[in-house]
Design a protein around this ligand. Structure first.
Ligand code: ATP
Length: 351
């Protein structure tokens, strides 16, 4: 049985307005790190607040470990849900020391145990020695770790993380993501993260649900949703891609990139997605399936390069490592390394 079950959750803030959360359903397994990923305003925070009990949904249910929290006439208050929350702005008490911030959530434990647990989690997050500091005397990354320690200290059954890394600079963000993920796994904690950052969701979570307009488009492992997006929205939200509109005849289709294998058999008009790194560039035709094109532009990004190539009347993107040396006007040969992904068309019925 999943630990958290969210079923058909809906919430609108004004009569007649569109729902901000619109029939949202997903499950999180015990010990899993799960991310809700979507653009700003798609309803992620509202969904999280409904799960925590800070917001009352109009309909739908939320249950944790088989206990109904919201729905069927039940509404368990936030403090009785056993859920920890790390807010985007950390929400630390400015007048309390680091240790007292962590102790705050431990009121239910006997006094001596409280101190031991606060010291233990502060050590876990790498803040041993910072106990007496006030939040204003800490860096952003350190404040974030205090917020995390405070939320983890009472050993919540579920930890909710609302864009917890967004206030950190790029390097620190990456480091904190790794640290927090390790910590959650070491503590066997179940966590639900909301973020608009696709790289964050893909690198942090065991499974990701991609949201738009208050509902989920697709749920899967990071590899599944990136490699085989189901919809145009998911394909484009997770990274750059080449889109091809064509006719398919079973497991292959003729396209401007030549005859491509498809990830699933389909007949008739199709919209295909092929990622820039699933195409290869060469100075000579190294394969019968290579097609001639011309380099239009080059975007050097240190560890890799993205080329814009004109080919068969379209511009396509091709990703290479940083050792290629093509420039605008060069003739190149392009070939597909992976099957193209068939995207679901509006109105298409998936069997
Ligand atoms: P972000 O990534 O920018 O935080 P989000 O996906 O978390 O966005 P929400 O914060 O859930 O989105 O907001 C979704 C929509 O609901 C927004 O248009 C927002 O303005 C609106 N909204 C959120 N809270 C309220 C409220 N209390 N009253 C009225 N509208 C609200």
């Amino acid at each position: 049985m999943p630990l958290l079950t969210v079923s058909c959750l809906s919430k609108r803030f004004a009569d007649g307005a569109l729902p901000v959360v619109n029939g949202l359903s997903f499950e999180v397994e015990e010990g899993e790190t799960f991310a809700l990923l979507g653009p700003s305003g798609c309803g992620k925070t509202t969904a999280l607040r409904c799960i925590a009990g800070f917001e009352q949904p109009d309909s739908g249910t939320v249950s944790l470990g088989g206990q109904m929290f919201t729905g069927g006439g039940t509404l368990v208050p936030p403090e009785r849900r056993g859920i920890g929350f790390v807010f985007q702005d950390y929400a630390l008490f400015p007048h309390l020391s680091v240790r007292d911030n962590v102790l705050f959530g431990l009121g239910s434990l006997p006094k001596r145990e409280r101190g031991d647990r606060a010291d233990e989690v502060l050590r876990l997050v790498g803040l041993g020695g910072f106990e007496a500091r006030k939040p204003h005397a800490l860096s952003g990354g350190q404040q974030q770790r205090v917020a995390l320690a405070r939320a983890m200290a009472p050993r919540p059954r579920l930890l909710l993380l609302d864009e917890p890394f967004s206030n950190l600079d790029a390097l620190l963000r990456q480091e904190m993501r790794e640290r927090v993920r390790d910590l959650l796994k070491r503590e066997g904690m179940t966590a639900l993260l909301v973020t608009h950052d696709q790289e964050e969701a893909l690198s942090f979570a065991d499974r990701v649900a991609v949201m738009q307009n208050g509902r989920i488009d697709q749920t899967g492992t990071p590899e599944e949703i990136y490699a085989t997006p189901r919809t145009l929205f998911v394909a484009q939200f997770l990274g750059r891609t080449n889109l091809l509109l064509t006719q398919a005849d079973g497991e292959e289709a003729d396209t401007v990139l030549g005859r491509l294998r498809l990830n699933r058999a389909v007949h008739g008009s199709v919209l295909l997605s092929i990622r820039p790194e699933h195409l290869a560039l060469a100075a000579t035709p190294d394969n019968a399936a290579s097609l001639e094109g011309t380099i239009l532009g080059r975007e050097y990004r240190g560890h890799d390069i993205t080329y814009r190539v004109q080919l068969g009347g379209i511009d396509c993107l091709v990703h290479t490592d940083n050792r290629t040396r093509f420039g605008p006007g060069d003739t190149v040969w392009v070939r597909a390394l992976e099957p193209a992904v068939v995207l679901e068309r509006v109105g298409e019925v998936t069997p």
